[in-house]
Design a binder for this molecule. Structure first.
Ligand code: ATP
Length: 309
């Protein structure tokens, strides 16, 4: 195993008395990577996170977090975690709750005085700082949970379904926080079933099924693959056959209808040149829609409709 990875596992396995929750997990996550951990219900995602955090003991295999064997107190102090099913201290108010966790992380009072209000503001709960958590909605609890996960300026953050209770504004907040974390060089380990979110936030995803990795994809690969494109054009007097011939330099399967061009480009990098060329042909462009395969479609292709349960 290499100490240069933020997270690394080798043949990691967890068996409960009658159930193999994680069969054979091999992962490598680099520093500053936003890493999506995807798989159907029961695939072993939460169990894997629990093992990485030292909350569940592996049956066999190895894992390292921040260069240390899992469970090491030094590396655990540099980790942030937003669990999927959280039970917070609902008799505390938002500020008290964050202060308590900041003390548990060992933050000095001066640091707490600066960090707690800043995080309350960052997650949009500034005005609810003095409200007891028992009066918070599910989304508000998820927001305070996110703030709690960031208190110690972690080197790696585990977010287990961070947007499940959030409204669209909350989801944008989580997306922005993840982008900020990436810019600061923080590693983000994201487990989410909201694949449209994953698609726009993650650098790389793995698909797991029955506790083993079945496929790894870099999100750039999705953008770089062959992409069917539809271009809506004005009803200009054009020679469709000549136009289709000219389109051949940008891709294949060119077809021109009365107000629409259909073309498959080998690479989306070609799109700006294609647009310039079409305008040069005297066409008016109203819309250009790349129809790339979504992560959701990939999930179904890779994992299968049965999900493996
Ligand atoms: P989901 O997407 O539904 O949250 P998951 O991928 O996080 O699922 P896990 O919660 O890790 O899946 O569960 C993996 C398997 O291990 C499931 O079949 C689950 O029933 C089983 N399992 C998890 N925890 C335990 C436990 N404490 N005792 C027995 N079996 C367990």
């Amino acid at each position: 195993m290499s100490p240069s990875y933020t997270i690394e596992t080798s043949h990691l396995r967890k068996e409960y008395s009658r159930k193999v929750a994680v069969a054979d997990l091999d992962l490598q996550v680099g520093q500053g990577e936003v890493f999506g951990f995807l798989g159907p219900n029961g695939a072993g995602k939460t169990t894997s996170i629990k093992m990485l955090l030292g909350l569940a003991k592996p049956t066999s295999g190895e894992a390292r977090l921040l260069g240390q064997p899992i469970g090491d107190p030094q590396s655990r102090s540099r980790v942030g975690f937003l669990p999927e099913h959280f039970r917070f201290h609902d008799w505390l108010n938002g500020a008290e709750f964050l202060n308590l966790h900041a003390r548990l992380y060992g933050l000095a009072e001066s640091a707490r005085q600066q960090r707690v209000p800043a995080l309350l503001k960052r997650v949009g709960l500034e005005e609810h700082a003095n409200k007891k958590l028992r009066g918070y909605s599910k989304g508000m609890l998820q927001r305070i949970g996110l703030a709690q996960a960031l208190l110690n300026r972690p080197a790696v953050v585990f977010l287990d379904e961070p947007t499940s209770g959030l409204d669209p504004i909350g989801r944008i907040l989580v997306r922005d926080v993840i982008r900020e974390l990436r810019a600061e060089g923080t590693t983000v380990f994201l487990n989410s079933h909201l694949l449209s979110e994953v698609e726009i936030t993650c650098d790389r995803v793995v698909f797991i099924k029955q506790g083993a990795v079945i496929k790894t994809i870099t999100l750039k690969e999705i953008e770089q693959g062959a992409t069917p494109v539809q271009i809506r054009i004005g009803a200009a007097k054009i020679d469709r056959a000549t136009l289709a011939l000219g389109l051949g330099q940008f891709g294949t399967e060119a077809r021109v209808d009365s107000d629409c061009i259909h073309l498959t480009v080998a690479d989306q990098q070609k799109l700006p040149d294609l647009v310039r060329w079409l305008i040069g042909q005297g066409l008016d462009l109203y819309e250009l829609k790349p129809q790339r395969v979504s992560l959701e479609e990939m999930f179904l292709q890779i994992v299968g409709m049965d999900g493996g349960l």
